[in-house]
Design a protein around this ligand. Structure first.
Ligand SMILES: C[S@@+](CC[C@H](N)C(=O)[O-])C[C@H]1O[C@@H](n2cnc3c(N)ncnc32)[C@H](O)[C@@H]1O
Length: 326
């Protein structure tokens, strides 16, 4: 039974964040890491100073660390401006966002309404300082589109316009008010939590010894049909992967604690992260996929996790490691 306090998000969480419920991702995001959190939680460094998440998406790992009371300071960023505008909107004006979502909720099954709202979304241009003054209308429309579009994808055309078709869900849950309020609580202290909209290399430029960076780059496109990774115009191909590996090595030299997940092939990753493979700091992990977005074509989630520190070989870890039979 859900009590009144819980409805308002005021229950005590296992994390010990008294008076607020543990916040969770508020958008569906391709490559979201919710299914891998169990295994990741065995791999996080025990202690760190500032947390950096430069490929933020829905922020599953940030919220996981937050619930575990591991976040004292954080720098959260993504190159996708529409997405960062939404994060900023939750921080700056969650009340207005919720009231707009309440109105949008009434028409989640209306195809014509979806295309009308998609057009409206694309017509809104963000201000230059949108992280301080987010566009709440654009933010509410992004949640609406994300929850009602085909497969919860974010894809743009060459002009940067969101172009995902209508998704036809029977009863899409647009938003969870208590969760949005909990996210607002988690983000509201601007001195501790910084939001940026920038490239990953720039995002981590100030990271120092003892800081923890989690890198979760987009999947590498595998072929013509696999262009669902276009969260931002431009894509993330082999050159970007190589640039990321350089940033990884460079932050390693600086003494940062690093964890990176990547679903590319071993043949591609091994030369880029050779020293870490050699030291046994790379694990191939798997998890059941919660939402099978392209039907039967998608098996379990399999990823390489590359660290620059020795993974804690917890006895439970072996359950999540990929074996030859998989
Ligand atoms: C695999 S997703 C991250 C998913 C996230 N970990 C989650 O749980 O939802 C990769 C993200 O990288 C962002 N991105 C793509 N290119 C980028 C770049 N050059 N710098 C920073 N972020 C980038 C995309 O917008 C996307 O949100």
């Amino acid at each position: 039974m859900v009590g009144a306090a819980q409805k308002l998000g005021l229950n005590k969480t296992p994390s010990g964040h008294i008076g607020e419920r543990a916040p969770e991702p508020f958008v569906k995001w391709a490559g979201g890491k919710s299914q891998l959190l169990k295994v990741f939680s065995m791999l996080y460094p025990r202690r760190f100073k500032t947390y950096y998440e430069p490929f933020l998406g829905g922020g599953a790992v940030f919220f996981d660390l937050y619930a575990k009371c591991k976040i004292s300071r954080a720098v959260l960023s993504d190159l996708n401006a529409d997405l960062m505008n939404l994060w900023a909107a939750i921080r700056e004006n969650v009340d207005e966002l919720i009231s707009q979502l309440e109105a949008l909720r009434r028409k989640v099954n209306d195809r014509a309404f979806y295309y009308e709202k998609r057009k409206e979304f694309n017509s809104i241009k963000l201000r230059e300082n949108f992280l301080d003054e987010p566009d709440i209308r654009k933010a509410s429309l992004l949640i609406f589109l994300n929850k009602t579009c085909y497969n919860g994808l974010y894809r743009v055309n060459a002009k940067g316009e969101f172009n995902v078709p209508f998704g036809r869900y029977r009863n899409p849950q647009l938003f969870d008010e208590a969760n949005l309020r909990a996210v607002h609580q988690a983000l509201k202290d601007r001195d501790r939590i910084r939001l940026l909209c920038t490239d990953f290399q720039d995002a981590v430029k100030d990271a120092e010894k003892g800081d923890f960076i989690y890198f979760d780059p987009p999947y590498q496109p595998l072929g013509k049909t696999a262009n669902f990774t276009e969260y931002t115009a431009g894509g993330f191909g082999p050159d970007e992967q190589k640039r990321l590996a350089e940033v990884f090595r460079n932050r390693d030299e600086r003494g940062c604690l690093l964890m990176l997940s990547n679903s590319s092939k071993r043949e591609f990753l091994e030369p880029l992260y050779k020293p870490y493979f050699e030291k046994g700091y790379v694990l191939e992990v798997k998890a059941a996929r919660a939402i099978s977005s392209i039907g039967s074509k998608r098996g379990p989630v399999k990823e390489f996790v590359i660290m620059n520190y020795a993974p804690n070989r917890d006895q439970n870890l072996s359950r999540f490691l990929r074996t030859e039979i998989d």
